[in-house]
Design a binder for this molecule. Sequence first.
Ligand SMILES: Nc1ncnc2c1ncn2[C@@H]1O[C@H](COP(=O)(O)OP(=O)(O)OP(=O)(O)O)[C@@H](O)[C@H]1O
Ligand SMILES: [Mg+2]
Length: 372
Amino acid sequence: MTAGTDRATHTRSVAPGAAEHWPGIDPDDLPDGLVVADETGRVVCFNAAARRIASVSGGGVLGLPLEQVLPLEDLKGNRWWALTDPYGGLATRRGQPERNLLLPGGREVLVSARYVREHPTGPVRRVVVSLRGTEARRRTERSHAELIATVAHELRSPLTSVKGFTATLLAKWERFTDDQKRLMLETVDADASRITRLIAELLDISRIDSGRLEVRRQPVDIAAAVGRHIQAHTTGGQSPDRFFVRVQPQLPDLWADPDKVDQVLGNLLENAVRHGEGTVTIEVAPTRATTDGEKGTAVTVSDEGPGIPEESMGRVFTRFWRGSKRGGTGLGLYIVKGIVEAHGGTITVGRGPRGGAEFRFILPVGAPAYLA
Ligand SMILES: Nc1ncnc2c1ncn2[C@@H]1O[C@H](COP(=O)(O)OP(=O)(O)OP(=O)(O)O)[C@@H](O)[C@H]1O
Ligand SMILES: [Mg+2]
């Protein structure tokens, strides 16, 4: 006995004789629920996913009327099959678009149907119904709702301050000294920058989430880029002693998007300075970037601060996760990971040699095809 017939006789998804409609495809292999009724409205196929979604056991449903096996109701409690009447009704109808319907017991299920006719306006030969659980859609809906709530919250506090200070200045301009006015305007300026930055981060996130992050590759000298970032921090008031750079010899070429590499380095260094303590060590070294042996550059940023607690390491790259009150919006590392992965690279977090956080990202050479 072959594996195929073995499976068919065990699960009996398909009525005898119906299998020739799907040469080579076992309905039980489909990830979605599939229910098929013949021209008399009797079920001829009820695959494994459909049995799971509808909580129907065994193959005992074959031959029963469709409305009895799948007693679907819409959200108002109307019986779905009576309402849509696939076998009667307009002969031009070709199916039903995806709807959220209820199974007995109030379980939600996404249902769509195709009415298969022999010729365009002929009688319905088969009704093919696909069923899908609602969990995945709910999860994305929830995560969108959370994103909107968090974004609104993050934008509100700087905007409240901008609005408050400008309103106060406009109403009582004469009553303030120049110094007071300057102070208020500086706060407004800083809050406006925060909003601009937040919006830029959100745009990056939407590009990452929709896979539209563009990588414009060109040769990048990453050691020089590290140097520039440190320079910016020391000009900004950090002591040069806070940074220690080690660049290993024989780095491979690196073709990457220079602006995006800057964003990655900027975030990691800023985190090390802001959330970490002590000396920030940046090491640039050659490495193997992929399992098939492509060369790459590894950049490791470690500090001597408290580090990331073991139990939170899995979450640092998720959006809006922040470990302490000192955190910013918690988007930095999510964007960093998105950028590194858009380059075909990887990023990991661990504990540094002196206890602090250690972030290590690897970028493959990424040379354009015409140079390979
Ligand atoms: N070097 C570090 N040492 C200790 N904790 C860190 C370090 N880097 C990041 N973290 C923790 O990880 C959290 C998330 O970092 P992430 O860069 O994503 O966000 P953020 O720095 O809080 O805000 P943003 O970068 O969006 O301004 C931080 O809030 C901080 O708690
Ligand atoms: Mg950050």
